[in-house]
Design a protein. Structure first.
Length: 156
């Protein structure tokens, strides 16, 4: 996972990068809703994820928080390294794991793949820059949780 937290400064640095990453993710999400919103048509699969009551919203929040951590581990961690070993190129490895990551969100509909891809680019750059999955995990988990609650309150 790459965490090298031997000093408080490195912990604060990773948390600061995570917060900045979360802000960038939120900006991407909000801009995509403004620009692409009129073209989005929620699929039945996507609508089925929207919580119908508070209990479902809290359960989905738990799932969303863990999904961000798992996705960072699988895509920016495992797949990135496997593609790097296979092709010997960080750029090729990054593009391939981004393609797999983005396609994994196809259930959300084609239009939503744009912000998913852009957010994937952001967390990939952060992981490569920091040589750690921790900032991306710390940003991605709450980012997914925030999306879960936004959709819940939007559909009340």
């Amino acid at each position: 996972m790459g965490a090298k937290w031997s000093r408080w400064g490195t912990i604060a640095g990773d948390l600061g990068v995570a917060l900045a990453t979360l802000v960038v993710m939120a900006v991407i999400g909000n801009l995509s809703n403004v620009v692409l919103g009129p073209f989005q048509h929620d699929s039945a699969a996507f609508r089925s994820f929207v919580a119908q009551n508070t209990v479902e919203a809290l359960a989905f929040l738990g799932l969303a928080l863990t999904a961000g951590f798992v996705e960072e581990f699988v895509f920016r961690g495992y797949l990135q390294r496997q593609f790097q070993a296979l092709f010997g190129s960080t750029i090729v490895a990054s593009l391939l794991q981004l393609i797999v990551f983005t396609q994994g969100h196809l259930y959300q509909g084609w239009i939503r793949l744009v912000p998913v891809f852009l957010i994937g680019v952001v967390v990939t750059i952060v992981a490569l820059w920091r040589k750690s999955l921790i900032p991306g995990m710390v940003a991605h988990g709450p980012g997914d949780g925030l999306v879960a609650f936004i959709f819940f309150f939007k559909h009340l």
